[in-house]
Write a protein that binds this ligand. Sequence first.
Ligand code: TXA
Ligand code: MG
Length: 366
Amino acid sequence: MELKQTKIKKIDIKDICKLYENADIKEAADIIRSGGLVAFPTETVYGLGANALMSEAAKKIYAAKGRPSDNPLIVHISKTEDVNNIAREIPEIFYKLAECFWPGPMTVVLKKRIIIPDDTSGGLDTVAVRLPDNNIARALIEVSKVPIAAPSANTSGRPSPTRASHVFDDMDGRIDMIIDGGTVGIGVESTIVDLTGDIPTLLRPGAVTVEMLQEVCTEVDIDPAIEHLLASGEAPKAPGMKYKHYAPKADMKMLKGNEAAVLDYLKKEISKSEIKTAILTVDEHWAVLEKIIEDNKKENIKLLSLGSLKDMKTVAHNLFDVLRKCDELGVSTILSESFDESGIGRAIMNRLKKASGFNIIYLGEL
Ligand code: TXA
Ligand code: MG
């Protein structure tokens, strides 16, 4: 593809009224309206935005990311009522969910209106809609005066970007502008809930947890693709969930079992491994593993902490950054600890499992 000059604009204004008047937001909005690509921060991960109503603009997103064209884009709006412009036959449960979780890290799948081109919806009759809880994102949508289609702003298959520098690493020369709004808050992509069937169905776990959804909906189904590798012939309801995703370049394995069994396995691996390896661990295990590495004089083993077991939000926040660090370190193998799958742990484990291609080693009882 033809190389572009990618402009980077740093914005640290919090006040949304000031953002509406900001010259960089106005310039970004002009780019979006005229069919260009602008990466921008959201509360979850950075998005790669384009005019959702313009086929040609959506096609540019697929080209810049190297994304398969059957993988639909999430359409971002700045006010709940704007959902009526792009979706139809909206069920009552949508309004309850929007009331509780918008603006915020929840995307809903609804039947689409024909104004949404097939290139945005990946040829589906449905559209995924999200109202982000980030003032830069909302101001950009508002000033653009069009809904913005935005996948995560990474090269397809790589970990999602949680900082502008991650976007720059993947997208420099491929897009018109990057708005640098600092490090994102949440760090994993939005929860996706399909509302086109009788029972709301979770298609991708995120910071709006199943437990939180269950407080609003009487029943919530969970798409099997979230939890385990599908058998051939089975397809996930979110087309994007079938691809190997969020993946670092190294070969990755997950270790699942009780603490003692996992530490024992790591101890043995450290003492025998001769290849460049990253161990993704937690603060609580850092000292014991570091000592084993030092005792064995293993300079080929790099220890990276995802955070504390007592603070799963921070683990979610650090996840993609740590996966990208593994690439920077040039390791050929990654061994990662596992987490409890309740609350946001479900989203963390879903991303880790997918990053490893569901390569899980079961050790001892949980
Ligand atoms: O947090 C997020 O959702 C971020 C920020 C930028 O908003 N966006 C994001 O987009 O994660 P992306 O493209 O990386 O992931 C979108 C997922 C894909 O798995 C896609 O298949 C699914 O949403 N999706 C989009 N439209 C859909 C639809 N109509 N039905 C089912 N799944 C859909
Ligand atoms: Mg993505």
